[in-house]
Design a protein around this ligand. Structure first.
Ligand code: CP
Length: 311
């Protein structure tokens, strides 16, 4: 790994990455995590570089941790608010990106509701592009922080059984986690109601399961996902209460969980729907550690891609 050379100017999807590239990001993030444990939490790695944060969809964790990561790396930062930008006047996304490029920005961190929006920009401008979530397609830094957290807690991903439970159909987290987990040697189960976890997912090499107990009993890691009402155009289950009863991790279902299983959630949590508060805040939960690790992972990817952007 010492001689590994990162060559990508963009981070768009974990599907694109080789296992050794993912491992290299995680190793780099380990080093950056140490920076955040020092008294002086800042390094000059991105001094003189400009990063534009362009969030066209809401975000709390991803936006905060990208911005903090950029500050810790000493970058100059511009935040664009989509609602008060000229997108509202009909300017195209690509024209907006070309204007960012004309201002000699180096990196764009973007969240957008349209799958592929970041890829479109990355192909057409010099700046490096980091995907902070594109519709239901991809959220690579969330997957990387999930992988980092599992590796930190369990030592290795190889042979681990990871169950991702919930609204897989509309989840960019599931679609990103799965590639990283498979590439690093974990066995993945997708679980939830058949309407949200179609059997077709078996074609990508995951086990599909419509029974919560089966998803929990031998899992080393369970990752609970929120029901993404904002991406659903019809009812996928009769009621939230029924969803919580049959697929929520709660007092009734926690007995199936192994005592050393990690409980994860990308946030935001719908408390007492997919995950009971007592478990979200309990000893098996690593949910806030995921957030802490997101900072280190985002420092790592900003650092790596910035080294591949043409001047
Ligand atoms: N996990 C995640 O992407 O959270 P935010 O939407 O708050 O960024």
């Amino acid at each position: 790994m010492d001689n590994f050379k990162w060559t990508r100017k963009d981070l768009l999807s974990l599907y694109d990455l080789e296992a050794e590239e993912i491992e290299h990001i995680l190793d780099t993030a380990e080093e950056f995590k140490k920076v955040s444990q020092r008294n002086v939490k800042k390094v000059p790695a991105l001094r003189g570089k400009t990063v534009v944060n362009f969030f066209v969809e809401p975000s709390t964790r991803t936006r905060m941790s990208f911005e903090l990561a950029e500050q810790r790396l000493s970058a100059d930062i511009i935040n664009i608010n989509a609602n008060s930008s000229s997108l509202k006047k009909g300017e195209t996304l690509l024209d907006t990106a070309r204007n960012i490029e004309a201002l000699q920005a180096d990196l764009i961190v973007m969240r957008h509701s349209a799958p592929g929006a970041q890829s479109l920009i990355a192909k057409n401008i010099r700046c490096g592009v980091l995907n902070a979530g594109d519709g239901a397609h991809s959220h690579p830094t969330q997957a990387l922080l999930d992988l980092f957290t599992i590796r930190e807690k369990k030592g290795s991903l190889k042979g681990l059984k990871v169950s991702i439970i919930g609204d897989i159909l509309h989840s960019r987290v599931a679609r990103s986690d799965v590639w990283g987990l498979i590439k690093l040697g974990a066995e993945v189960t997708f679980a939830g109601p058949a309407t949200l976890v179609p059997k077709e997912f078996e074609n990508i090499g995951v086990r599909v399961c419509h029974n919560l107990k089966d998803a929990l009993v031998d899992a080393d890691v369970v990752n609970l996902l929120r029901i993404q009402h904002e991406r659903q155009k019809r009812g996928f289950f009769p009621s939230t209460n029924e969803y919580a009863k049959f697929f929520g991790l709660n007092e009734a279902s926690r007995k199936y969980l192994k005592p050393d299983a990690l409980v994860m959630h990308p946030g935001p949590i719908n408390r007492d729907v997919e995950l009971d508060s007592a478990i979200a805040d309990g000893p098996q939960s690593v949910i806030l550690e995921q957030v802490t690790n997101g900072l280190a992972v985002r420092m790592a990817v900003l650092f790596l891609v910035s080294g591949c952007v043409e001047k």
